[in-house]
Design a protein around this ligand. Structure first.
Ligand code: FAD
Length: 622
């Protein structure tokens, strides 16, 4: 049987890759080990968070599924950093993990052009006509499927090894079989395969928790959906609380007195773990001066029968896990349903990839998700979507979709991975983006939906809504840029009413609306000509006004940068002339002879600093 695209793995990356490819009209096969586990949340029952929320919104604007699924399976919605500026706010939702899986499985099963098959892909079929090329997959049961493209999204499954104290067992996730042979073949292809680690906490039986000793932590009074396609006005899911408690010195004592049994410290675990999501033993070791660490108890599903202890990830032996949990307020009599564990797995160095997520060494092979050394559902899903899109575009001989760093966090994510690589699991932060003010969560639809529409993942009705919103915002901003707000008596009274400083002579209306204290409630008094607009558009106008001056500056920098990366490198350019370029960089640049600075930056091992130096030297020669 011949397919256009085969996706290996039905996790967060694999789902988005399969759906994108099938929805773009490509005959797609998703091969995954357990159909029930399509869309399983391996760790915390939550989607989004700071910067991760941005990824979900961008994915949604491009036509991905994660936002819609979260709106359907969400059991608590919050905007994090709500009191801070729009650029650093992030949406987060607790999800019902069962509902999330069921939703995703149903969507995958009901998508035209998408077939699902349960098995383990044991190897890739290859041919070697114009260099090494992938042309399908072979499974453990002996099935062979041919395809034009293969997308690997194997998550934590390749040679997965679980650690709980000194016990270890082979698994891709607790009690699920690992993918045992694939990474050996990837090594044979010459790809740089490494080892990473991540971990998860214990899950507790709700009946055994004393919630009265904990602080209740609810969702936003007015929940905001993730997807631009969910109707905000009717969105009102039932919300469930989380609970806050803390570790204490007793907990820390139990952990530190057992460091000699912690696989993280005994040398049993060799892979690097996520720096920003450390295990409790790592936190107790690194921050020994702290007398407590905050923990969130999060319901795994709307049934709220089991709670995930966010902040207590561990691979300590089970007797230590039991003791430390019982030392925590509210968990004195806790019954453990599932113990925490760490997992080591094989990943492939992401600098082996082009910006399209196709590997440089093996044609038609794409990698997305945790296999690329990232951590997190949102990072995985974003890459999956882009791999699915680019594999489909390549089949049609169309230009790839490569999002720039100033266009999307997804652009930052992929650019960071493929140009810099990472020595530890990579997660997204707002600080990784140079152009945060441009990449605000709430504006993702305006930034990216046109792309989604052009490739067929966003329908006409949705794009028309986005275009209308964009037009209204533009008209309002253009008006406010020209309109003076003068210091006449009624204007000064209005400013006083809004709690704003007086003005002397006149100020552009744009700069008045951009001041703190302007809300959708009082906007009409400043701009009565726009009072008929929907509140969500007014909200956007106010945010745009607030950031307008900064965004203008950033856009000038971006124009400069765009010119720079398009700069042509003369064919005879002598890289050896440049002091400071490493021998490895010179060798690669001479071998590949990149035609532009952008292409130079795409070569693995050529850092942004090296690109800057080359830029400088070309300018000196001209
Ligand atoms: P996964 O969700 O792992 O999905 C991989 C899929 O591929 C699975 O369905 C599997 O069955 C299938 N598969 C694999 N190999 C094959 C094969 N050869 N043939 C067929 N099917 C195959 N993220 C965080 O952000 N914070 C955390 O604290 C965190 N902790 C974690 C702790 C643990 C123990 C684990 C396991 C994961 C943790 N994660 C955490 C990571 C998070 O689960 C992943 O980032 C995310 O699920 C990755 O998505 P993915 O699609 O790349 O892979």
């Amino acid at each position: 049987m011949k397919y256009d695209v085969i996706v290996v793995g039905g996790g967060h990356a694999g789902i988005e890759a399969s759906l994108a490819s099938a929805r773009m009209g490509k005959k797609t096969l998703l091969v995954t080990m357990l159909v029930e586990q399509i869309g399983a949340a391996s760790c915390n029952p939550a989607i989004g968070g700071l910067a991760k929320g941005h990824l979900v919104r961008e994915l949604d604007a491009l036509g991905g599924e994660m936002g819609l699924c979260t709106d359907s399976a969400g059991i608590q919605f919050r905007i994090l950093n709500a009191s801070k500026g729009a650029a650093v706010q992030g949406s987060r939702a607790q999800i019902d993990m069962d509902r999330y899986r069921t939703y995703m499985r149903k969507v995958c099963h009901n998508t035209e052009n998408l077939e699902i098959y349960q098995d383990e892909v044991s190897s890739l079929l290859t041919k070697d006509e114009n260099g090494l090329e992938v042309c399908g997959v072979k499974t453990k049961l002996g099935e062979e499927f041919e395809s034009k493209k293969v997308i690997l999204t194997t998550g934590t499954f390749m040679k997965g090894l679980i650690h709980i104290g000194t016990s270890t067992y082979d698994a891709g996730r607790a009690w699920e079989l690992p993918s045992s042979t694939l990474s050996t073949q990837l090594k044979e292809f010459g790809l740089n395969v490494g080892r990473l680690k991540t971990g998860t906490p214990a899950r507790i039986d709700a009946k055994s928790i004393n919630f009265s000793k904990m602080e209740e932590h609810g969702g936003d009074e007015k929940p905001t959906p993730f997807s631009f396609r969910t109707d905000k006005s009717t969105f009102n899911p039932k919300q469930h609380p989380c609970y806050i408690t803390y570790t204490n010195l007793g907990t820390h004592g139990k952990i530190s007195s057992n460091f000699h049994r912690a696989p993280l410290f005994t040398g049993q675990i060799k892979g690097s773990g996520p720096r920003y999501c450390p295990s409790i033993e790592d936190k107790v070791n690194r921050f020994s001066e702290r007398d407590r660490h905050q923990l969130f108890l999060e319901p795994q599903t709307a049934m709220a029968t089991e709670y995930y202890i966010n902040g207590l990830s561990t691979s300590m032996p089970i007797d230590v896990q039991k003791e430390m949990i019982h030392s925590i307020a509210g968990l004195e009599n806790a019954k453990i349903v599932r113990y925490g564990y760490a997992i080591e797995y094989d990943y492939v160095d992401p600098t082996e990839l082009k910006h399209t997520l196709e590997t440089k060494k093996v044609k038609n092979l794409y990698h997305a998700g945790q296999i690329n050394a990232t951590t997190g559902y949102e990072e995985a899903a974003s890459q999956g979507l882009m791999a699915g899109i680019n594999a489909s575009l390549a089949i049609d001989n169309k230009e790839p979709l490569i999002l720039r760093r100033d266009e999307a966090y997804i652009g930052v994510l992929i650019d960071d991975l493929v140009t810099k690589g990472t020595a530890e699991p990579y997660r997204m932060f707002t600080s990784r983006a140079e152009y945060r003010l441009l990449l605000r969560e709430e504006g993702a639809d305006i930034r990216l939906s046109e792309y989604g529409h052009k490739i067929g993942l966003i329908n006409d009705e949705t794009i028309q809504k986005v275009q209308y919103k964009e037009k209204c915002i533009k008209e309002a901003i253009d008006f406010m840029k020209e309109e003076w707000f003068t210091s006449k008596k009624e204007n000064l009274e209005l400013l006083e009413k809004l709690g704003q400083d007086k003005i002397k002579d006149r100020v552009l209306l744009l700069d008045i609306v951009g001041r703190n204290g302007v809300t959708t409630e009082n906007f009409d008094e400043l701009c009565p000509q726009f009072k008929e607009l929907d509140n969500y558009i007014k909200e956007q106008i106010i945010i745009e006004a607030k950031y307008y001056r900064y965004v203008e500056k950033q856009q000038k920098q971006i124009e400069k940068m765009k010119k720079m990366i398009q700069l042509k490198i003369p064919e005879s350019f002598d890289y050896k002339e440049i002091p400071g370029l490493s021998n490895e960089a010179i060798e690669k640049l001479e071998k590949f002879r990149p035609p532009t600075l952008f292409n130079a930056g795409e070569i693995s091992g050529i850092t942004p600093a090296a690109v800057d130096v080359i830029h400088l030297y070309i300018n000196l020669q001209n």
